[in-house]
Design a protein around this ligand. Structure first.
Ligand SMILES: [Zn+2]
Length: 186
C-alpha cells in the first residue's frame, strides 16, 4: 500500500495493532526538531535520524515493535569542553500492550510499551527514548583528539578521573520507571 519514496519521513503515530497484523515495516527518517528531549540532551542533532521499525507477532502471539536507529549528534567533551560528533546507535524490542494489566503480566525479560486507547503507538517517543538511553553518560574525546591533553602536557597535570556511574544501573532505573506503576491495586 505504501507508495512512499526512499527517504520517507517515518510517521509519528501508527495504528500499532493493525501494523502487527499486517507485519508492517517502516523505514525512513525522523527530523531532529521532532525529538526535543534528545535535542536538549546534546549540543545538537547533526542530521535526520534514520530508523527502521518492524511490527509483527512473535511465536507466543505477543505483538512486538522492533527497531534500529542511527543518529549523529554533537556532544561536549567533559575534559576539554569542546564539542565533537558522536555516532548514536540504538535498537529496541518493545512488547505492545493495551492495558496496565497486560503490562504487568508480561514476562520479566520483556520490555512493555503501553499503547493509547486507540491502539496507537507514538513512534517518535519510542525512538527518542532508546536514543537517550544509548547516549554516553559522560562524553570524552579520544585522548589523541582531546584538546585538554595538549593544553596541560607541559606541566605535571594529573588527570582527574570522574566519578563513574554504572550505566546499567541508570538504564535499569529508567526502564523500571517506564514500566512499573504500583499505584494500581486490584
Ligand atoms: Zn576533549
Amino acid at each position: 500500500m505504501s507508495t512512499a519514496p526512499k527517504t520517507s519521513v517515518i510517521p509519528r503515530r501508527v495504528d500499532a495493532l493493525k501494523a502487527c497484523t499486517q507485519d508492517a515495516s517502516y523505514k525512513g527518517i525522523i527530523m531532529p526538531d521532532q525529538l526535543p528531549r534528545l535535542s536538549a540532551a546534546v549540543v545538537s542533532i547533526q542530521r535526520e535520524v534514520t530508523a527502521k521499525i518492524d511490527f509483527f507477532r512473535d511465536e507466543s502471539g505477543y505483538r512486538v515493535m522492533s527497531g534500529e536507529f542511527d543518529a549523529l549528534v554533537s556532544v561536549e567533551c567533559q575534559r576539554c569542553l569542546s564539542t565533537f560528533d558522536y555516532d548514536l546507535h540504538a535498537r529496541m524490542d518493545l512488547f505492545l500492550v493495551i492495558s496496565e494489566t497486560q503490562l504487568e503480566s508480561l514476562p520479566k525479560e520483556c520490555e512493555g510499551w503501553l499503547l493509547d486507547e486507540d491502539g496507537e503507538a507514538d513512534l517518535y517517543e519510542a525512538v527518542e527514548e532508546d536514543l537517550l538511553l544509548a547516549l554516553p553518560i559522560v562524553a570524552y574525546h579520544d585522548k589523541a583528539d582531546c584538546q585538554a591533553e595538549g593544553h596541560y602536557s607541559t606541566g605535571d597535570f594529573t588527570e582527574v578521573v570522574p566519578d563513574k556511574k554504572n550505566p546499567f544501573e541508570i538504564l535499569g532505573s529508567l526502564k523500571l520507571a517506564t514500566k512499573t506503576d504500583d499505584s494500581e491495586e486490584k
